[in-house]
Write a protein that binds this ligand. Structure first.
Ligand code: PEP
Ligand code: MN
Length: 338
């Protein structure tokens, strides 16, 4: 259920409602809007009569939320979530956010060079993996904390906010010390302890869709983070497993307009992992923007052939620059900008 506060409700009214919610053993999450505030009530609401909330000072009405993902649902919040990154950049605004960088951080020189080049081409943020979730335990596992230090150095050199994956709840503190945005990978989408931990860390989180997750499971995973009072969740479609093996995964672009009907959270698309093929990255980026994605995640490397990880799906810096130019008319055609 959500409690819609009157436009002139005071902070005291809001605090009072939050206290009442807690006093009956439920949890209240305040969703601040531009014209009014709403409070989501989480837990078994049957502990109080349905009209219990409507008579509290400052309350306009209470509305049941039918979806199981209460905080992610548009039923509770009908305006888009916009995530503000430190440098004035946003994810979920009119401008398409582009997160670019290598699959893995390989050296300080590599990540600093990429950072400057993708920034000059118009990227919003820099990505790079330091803790790599590799299917094969004998392959490169990432530079770990040394990689985070290089990534932070690349932020200093470029001014771009940084994104990196966190693999375990134990690493959340360490990764948060360096990274502006935490990424939860496809293999961890239903690692509920990790979801809680990144929720508590309070930093924006990119939540990648589990490769076999349904849309409802995806939104319920986001709900774990939101329920920790962390409203800054970015959903990322990165391809799912189907019978088709010609591409590495099947990039499900229809999820973008579908999610827009269901949630206020921003949605970005990762055509690099979604296809596994360099030649498909540019057209699928255009497709993603055309269907309403708020952003893109693109693996980019100066020499993809020599990339330690995911070379076949990685584009080079020239191709990235070209992509950014070619996306402009597509974004404009759907009322967005690069
Ligand atoms: C990545 O972004 O480098 C990554 C490992 O992604 P995913 O979790 O989608 O495979
Ligand atoms: Mn990768």
């Amino acid at each position: 259920m959500i409690i819609v506060m009157k436009p002139d409700a005071t902070k005291k009214d809001i605090d009072h409602v939050l206290e009442r919610i807690e006093s009956v053993g439920l949890k209240g999450v305040l969703l601040q809007g531009t014209s009014r505030n709403v409070i989501a009530v989480i837990g078994d609401e049957r502990v109080v009569p349905a009209d219990f909330w409507d008579v509290l000072p400052g309350v306009e009405k209470s509305v049941p939320i039918l979806a199981p993902y209460k905080l992610a649902s548009k039923e509770g919040k009908d305006f888009k979530t916009v995530i503000h990154l430190g440098n004035g950049k946003k994810i979920g605004g009119e401008q398409i956010a582009v997160i670019a960088g290598p699959c893995a951080i390989e050296s300080k020189e590599q990540i600093v060079e990429i950072a400057k080049r993708v920034r000059d081409a118009g990227a919003t943020a820099l990505r790079g993996g330091a803790f790599k979730p590799r299917s094969n335990p004998y392959t490169f596992q990432g530079l770990q904390e040394e990689g985070l230090v290089h990534l932070a150095r690349a932020r200093e050199a470029s001014g771009l906010p940084i994104v990196t994956e966190v693999l375990t709840p134990e690493h959340v503190k360490l990764v948060s010390k360096y990274s502006d945005i935490l990424q939860v990978g496809t293999r961890n989408m239903q690692n509920f302890l990790l979801l809680r931990a990144v929720g508590e860390a309070g930093k924006p989180v990119i939540l990648k869709r589990g490769m076999s997750a349904t849309i409802e499971e995806f939104l319920l995973a986001a709900e774990y983070i939101l329920a920790q009072n962390n409203p800054n969740v970015i959903l990322c479609e990165r391809g799912i497993r189907t019978f088709e093996t010609f591409t590495r995964f099947t990039l499900s672009l229809s999820i973008v307009p579908q999610l827009k009907e269901m949630t206020h959270l921003p949605i970005i698309v990762d055509p690099s992992h979604g296809t596994g093929k360099r030649s498909l990255v540019n057209p699928m980026c255009k497709g993603a923007v055309a269907v309403g994605a708020d952003g893109l995640l693109v693996e980019t490397h100066p020499d993809p052939e020599r990339s330690f990880v995911d070379g076949p799906q990685t584009i080079n810096l020239e191709a990235f620059e070209c992509l950014m130019q070619e996306l402009k008319p597509v974004a404009e055609a759907v009322g967005r900008r690069m």
